[in-house]
Design a protein around this ligand. Structure first.
Ligand SMILES: Cc1cc2nc3c(=O)[nH]c(=O)nc-3n(C[C@H](O)[C@H](O)[C@H](O)COP(=O)(O)OP(=O)(O)OC[C@H]3O[C@@H](n4cnc5c(N)ncnc54)[C@H](O)[C@@H]3O)c2cc1C
Length: 460
C-alpha cells in the first residue's frame, strides 16, 4: 500500500503562480511540494506571453535574474503597433505607441511587455522554487483532493500516491480540479472564460530585428474579427485572438484566419519570412471579479482563482502576486495552528489590497467595455471609421482644410445615434467606477460631447 506523505503546503500546478507560491512557502521555512502534470513546467501552456513591468517593480531581486542566457526568447515589447481594420478588411489606420510620459517607474518606461516563451519562463521560475527548497514532482497529474470531515486535507496523484498538508494551494490553472473538488467553484459560466486560439510562427531573429525593431507588439483592431494580438519573441511570433465561450458564432479559427489572410498581415509575414510552426488553443478566465478564492485549508491563485486582469487578461503577474500572498498567509496560519477559512480570509483581504485587487475596482465595467468594443466586430464596424475620421481625416488634400474640418464634424454627427448609447451604457459607468467620488466632474460629459458639435445654424 502506498504511504501518505506529509507536507506543510501542497501546491497543485507548476505554472508561474504555483512556482511563486512554492518558492515563497519554502523561503518562509515551510515544507512545500508543488506538482506539475507536464514533464516540466511550461510544457502544457500556450507557448508564449508578455510579462508586465509590475513584475520588475514588485519582485526586483527575482526578476533581475531573468536574463537572455537563461531565457533566449526574451524580447522587449517597447513599442506597440495598433492597426485599425475596417469592415472591408483594409487597414484604415495605424497608431504606434510606446510608454507615455505619465508612466512612473523603470522598467515600465522602457517596455510595455517583456515577451518570452513559456518554455523559457516557466522552468526558470520553477527552478527558483526548487532552489529555495521546495520539492517539485513533474509528470504527475493530481486527480483528486482528500477530505476529512468535509474539509480538504490532501491530494491524490494519478499513480495513487497520497499527500497530506494543512494548506492546499490550487494553482492548477483554468480547469482547476482543486476549485471544483473543494467546492469553491462548480463550473465557469460561459461569460467568465474565453477561448484563445493562436498561431506560433518561426521568424528568423535577424528579420525581426531588421523589420520590427522595437515594435515587438501589435494589436489588430478588427471589424470582422475580435481584436487580435501579435507578439514577437526572439525567433518567433504569435498571432492570436479570443472571446468568451458564449460569443463564437463560427469556428474560432475562421476569425483567426481572417487576420492572417489580411493582405497587410500577409505582406508582413512575407517580409519577415515567417513560417507557421504550431496551432495552439487555451482557455483563459476573464471576468469582472474573482469569486470564492478560499475555504478551509484551501486557497486558489492565478487562473484557478479567476485573477487575470478584467480588461486585457494579463495573467502572469496576478498569478505570481496571488501565489506570493497565499504562501505568506499559509505561513501565518500554520504558525498559529489554525488553517480554517476564518483565518484564510486574510488571503482575500490581502489580494483585494494588492495591485491585483485594485485592478478589479472597476472590473465589471472594464470587462464589459472590452466585450462590447474590441471583442464585438459589430461595434468596431462603426467605431473604426469614426475614429479614423478623427485621427486621419484632416490629412487630406481633397478640399480646403476649413471645408474638410466642417465635413468631418458633419460626418461625425452621423455617428451620434450609435456612439451616444455606447457612451451612456459603457463609457459613463466605467468613468464613474474609476473616478468614484470625483465623478461629478464628468456628469456633464454627455452634454459636453453633444455641445462639441456646432448646430446647423452655427455651421456654414
Ligand atoms: C493564448 C494566451 C495568451 C496569453 N498571453 C498572456 C500574456 O501575454 N501575458 C500574461 O500576463 N498573461 C497571458 N495569458 C494569461 C496567462 O497565461 C495565465 O493567466 C497564467 O498562465 C496563469 O498562471 P497560473 O500559474 O495561474 O496557471 P497556468 O499557467 O495555467 O499553470 C497551471 C499549471 O498547472 C498544471 N496543472 C493543471 N492541472 C494540474 C493537475 N491537476 N495536476 C498537476 N498539474 C496541473 C498545468 O500543466 C500548468 O502548468 C495568456 C493566456 C492565453 C491562453
Amino acid at each position: 500500500m502506498l504511504s501518505m506523505k506529509n507536507y506543510d503546503v501542497i501546491v497543485v500546478g507548476g505554472g508561474p503562480g504555483g512556482s511563486m507560491a512554492a518558492k515563497i512557502a519554502a523561503e518562509k521555512g515551510l515544507k512545500a511540494i508543488f506538482f506539475e502534470r507536464g514533464r516540466k513546467s511550461g510544457e502544457k501552456n500556450s507557448s508564449g506571453c508578455g510579462l508586465g513591468p509590475r513584475m520588475w517593480r514588485d519582485f526586483p531581486d527575482m526578476m533581475k535574474r531573468l536574463t537572455p542566457d537563461l531565457a533566449p526568447s526574451m524580447r522587449a515589447g517597447a513599442v506597440a503597433r495598433n492597426y485599425f481594420i475596417n469592415k472591408d478588411d483594409v487597414v484604415a489606420g495605424m497608431v504606434m505607441a510606446r510608454p507615455t510620459e505619465s508612466v512612473k517607474y523603470e522598467p515600465a518606461k522602457k517596455f510595455i511587455t517583456m515577451n518570452v516563451y513559456r518554455s523559457d519562463f516557466d522552468p526558470w521560475i520553477a527552478n527558483l522554487a526548487i532552489e529555495a527548497g521546495a520539492e517539485q514532482i513533474t509528470s504527475t497529474l493530481i486527480l483528486d483532493v482528500i477530505k476529512e470531515d468535509g474539509k480538504v486535507v490532501g491530494v491524490q496523484a494519478d499513480g495513487g500516491e497520497k499527500y497530506k498538508a494543512p494548506i492546499i494551494i490550487g494553482a492548477d490553472g483554468v480547469i482547476s480540479m482543486v476549485a471544483q473538488k473543494s467546492g469553491l467553484r462548480h463550473k465557469w459560466h460561459l461569460d467568465q472564460v474565453t477561448l484563445v486560439p493562436q498561431y506560433d510562427f518561426y521568424v528568423p531573429k535577424e528579420n525581426i530585428d531588421k523589420i520590427m525593431g522595437e515594435e515587438s507588439l501589435a494589436v489588430w483592431w478588427g471589424s470582422t474579427f475580435p481584436a487580435a494580438y501579435q507578439v514577437f519573441f526572439n525567433e518567433g511570433m504569435h498571432i492570436g485572438l479570443g472571446n468568451w465561450l458564449d460569443w463564437w458564432g463560427k469556428n474560432p479559427l475562421y476569425y483567426l484566419n481572417r487576420v492572417v489572410n489580411l493582405p497587410y498581415f500577409q505582406r508582413i509575414i512575407k517580409l519577415l519570412e515567417a513560417k507557421p510552426r504550431e496551432v495552439q488553443a487555451h482557455l483563459l478566465p476573464w471576468m469582472g471579479y474573482p469569486e470564492n478564492t478560499y475555504t478551509d485549508n484551501v486557497m486558489l491563485i492565478g487562473d484557478a482563482g479567476g485573477f487575470p486582469c478584467p480588461l486585457e487578461a494579463e495573467g502572469i503577474y496576478p498569478a505570481m502576486v496571488t501565489g506570493k500572498l497565499a504562501a505568506e498567509v499559509a505561513a501565518k496560519a500554520i504558525s498559529e495552528g489554525d488553517t480554517s477559512k476564518a483565518v484564510l480570509k486574510l488571503y482575500e483581504e490581502k489580494w483585494k489590497e494588492s495591485s491585483v485587487g485594485i485592478e478589479f475596482e472597476a472590473g465589471p465595467e472594464l470587462q464589459s467595455i472590452w466585450s462590447k468594443l474590441p471583442f464585438e466586430p459589430k461595434t468596431m464596424e462603426w467605431f473604426v471609421p469614426m475614429m479614423m475620421e478623427i485621427l486621419g481625416g484632416i490629412y487630406d488634400w481633397s478640399e480646403p482644410h476649413a471645408v474638410r474640418v466642417r465635413n468631418i464634424v458633419e460626418h461625425l454627427r452621423g455617428y451620434l445615434p450609435k456612439a451616444t448609447p455606447f457612451i451612456m451604457q459603457e463609457v459613463i459607468p466605467l468613468v464613474s467606477a474609476i473616478f468614484k467620488d470625483d465623478f461629478e466632474q464628468f456628469t456633464n460629459l454627455f452634454d459636453l460631447i453633444q455641445n462639441m458639435f456646432p448646430t446647423k445654424k452655427g455651421g456654414k
